[in-house]
Design a protein around this ligand. Structure first.
Ligand code: GAF
Length: 385
C-alpha cells in the first residue's frame, strides 16, 4: 500500500504540486452473487484494500493521470467531442470522466496519481475502486457536490458503456457507501440499504485462489443474457415481470417446462440466492452465525452447480475451508471463474483457520494463497494526512 507520504512525494515528483488525497475501497461480498443485475439483493462490505488517488486541479481542460502500478502517464482532453475507449486501464479512468460530463457535471482539468492495493483480477473489485476514486477526485477538484448513490450509478455507467462490461451496481455502490464494521444488505432495485453489524464473535476471512480464468467477462455477459431470456419466457405466464427479482422459487418451479435446462438452472440460482441474502442478513443481525454460514455454503453450491461460475481451484479452497474447525460457512465471492473465497469464522479460530487453509491449499495445488481477515471500512472519501 502506498503510504500518504509516498503518495504526496510521488505526486510532487510527477506533477510538481501539492495534492488532495482520496481513497476508495475494494469489496468482499458475503452473499448475493450475480443478483445485482437481476434487481435483487446483495450483502457486500468494503475492504481495507483500496485505491488511493492524489489529485490537484489544472487551469486547462486536460486530465493527466499517472498509474503507479503500470508506471505510465496518460492524457485525456475533456473537450474531446467523441472520446473512444482504448481497451486498457485508462478506460476505467476516462470512462468515468465521460459519464460524469454526460450527466452534466462541469468538470475541470486535473492531475491525478493513482496507486492501488486491491489485487487485480481477484474478484475484490479493483476496477470499481479505481473508478470511484477517479469520480470522487474529479468532482472534488471541480468543487461540485457529491451524492454517493449518483456517483456509484455513474461509475457503473462508465463500466457498462465505456469499458463494455455489463456489470451490476454492487461494486461501485459499496465502494461509495461502505460502512465501518458493517456489511450492507442492498436492494438493487430501490438501492435502499440496511446496515448489518458484523458480530464481534466472528471474523470475515478472504482467501485468494490465485487463479483467474480468462473466460470471466464473456461468461459474465452470457449469464446476464440467460437471466434476460428467463424473464422473457416467464413473463407471459407470470405477468409483467421486470427481472428475476420478481420470480419466486415456487413460480419458477411451476413454469420450469418453459425454459431450457440451462436457463432454468441459471434462474434457479438467482431466485434462491435472493431468498438466501434476505435470510442471511436477518441471521447475521440476530447473531445466528450458524444459520448465516449454512446459507453461505448453500450459495456456493448454487454458484457451482446451477450458475456454473466457480472453478476447480475455488471449489477446492471452499471445500478445505468448510471442513475447518470454527468455520460457519464459506463460498466464492465476486464475479467468478477464479478469484477469492469468503468465509465466516469464529473469531478465536481465525488465525488457525487461515494457517490451515493456506497450508492445505498449497499442498493440493502448489499455489500460495493470500489469506486475510478483514474489518469492513467506510466508502470513498478524503484520505487523512
Ligand atoms: C462482478 C460485477 F461487477 C458485479 O456487478 C456483480 O454482478 C458480481 O460480479 C457478481 O455478484 O463483480
Amino acid at each position: 500500500m502506498f503510504s500518504v507520504d509516498e503518495l504526496k512525494a510521488g505526486f510532487k515528483n510527477i506533477f510538481g504540486s501539492e495534492p488532495l488525497l482520496i481513497r476508495a475501497p475494494g469489496r468482499v461480498n458475503l452473499i448475493g452473487e450475480h443478483t445485482d443485475y437481476n434487481d435483487g439483493f446483495i450483502m457486500p462490505a468494503a475492504l481495507e484494500y483500496e485505491t488511493r488517488a492524489a489529485v490537484a486541479p489544472r487551469t486547462d481542460r486536460i486530465l493527466r493521470v499517472h498509474s503507479a502500478k503500470i508506471g505510465e502517464t496518460r492524457e485525456f482532453d475533456l473537450d474531446d467531442p467523441a472520446p473512444q475507449p482504448k481497451r486498457d486501464w485508462t478506460d476505467y479512468v476516462f470512462g468515468v470522466a465521460v459519464a460524469l460530463a454526460g450527466a452534466g457535471k462541469a468538470l475541470k482539468g486535473a492531475d491525478i496519481l493513482v496507486a492501488s492495493s486491491v489485487p487485480v483480477g481477484s474478484g475484490l473489485s479493483s476496477s470499481a475502486a479505481l473508478e470511484v476514486s477517479i469520480g470522487y477526485s474529479l468532482l472534488t477538484v471541480a468543487g461540485l457536490p457529491i451524492d454517493k448513490v449518483e456517483l456509484a450509478k455513474l461509475c457503473q455507467k462508465a463500466e457498462n458503456e465505456f469499458v463494455g462490461m455489463r456489470c451490476g451496481i454492487m461494486d461501485q455502490f459499496i465502494s461509495c457507501n461502505g460502512e465501518h464494521d458493517h456489511a450492507l444488505m442492498i436492494d438493487c432495485r430501490s438501492l435502499e440499504k440496511r446496515s448489518v453489524p458484523i458480530d464481534p464473535r466472528a471474523r470475515i476471512v478472504v482467501a485468494n485462489s490465485m487463479v483467474h480464468h480468462e473466460l470471466a467477462s464473456g461468461e459474465y455477459n452470457k449469464r446476464r443474457a440467460s437471466c434476460e431470456e428467463a424473464v422473457r419466457l416467464l413473463s407471459p405466464v407470470l405477468g409483467p415481470i421486470k427481472a428475476l427479482r420478481d420470480v419466486t422459487p415456487a413460480g419458477l418451479e411451476a413454469n420450469k417446462a418453459l425454459l431450457s435446462d440451462v436457463t432454468y438452472r441459471r434462474a434457479r440460482h438467482i431466485v434462491t440466492e435472493n431468498e438466501r441474502v434476505v435470510e442471511a442478513a436477518d441471521a447475521l443481525a440476530a447473531g445466528d452465525l450458524v444459520r448465516c454460514g449454512a446459507l453461505m455454503n448453500q450459495s456456493h453450491a448454487s454458484m457451482r452447480d446451477d450458475y456454473e461460475i466457480s472453478c476447480e481451484e475455488v471449489d477446492l479452497l471452499v471445500d478445505i475451508a468448510q471442513k475447518q474447525p470454527g468455520v460457519f460457512g464459506s463460498r466464492m465471492t465476486g464475479g467468478g471463474f477464479g478469484g477469492c473465497t469468503v468465509s465466516l469464522v469464529e473469531a478465536g479460530a481465525a488465525d488457525a483457520f487461515m494457517a490451515n487453509v493456506k497450508a492445505a491449499y498449497e499442498k493440493a495445488t502448489s499455489l500460495k494463497s493470500t489469506i486475510f481477515a478483514c474489518s469492513p471500512q467506510q466508502g470513498v472519501g478524503p484520505l487523512a494526512g
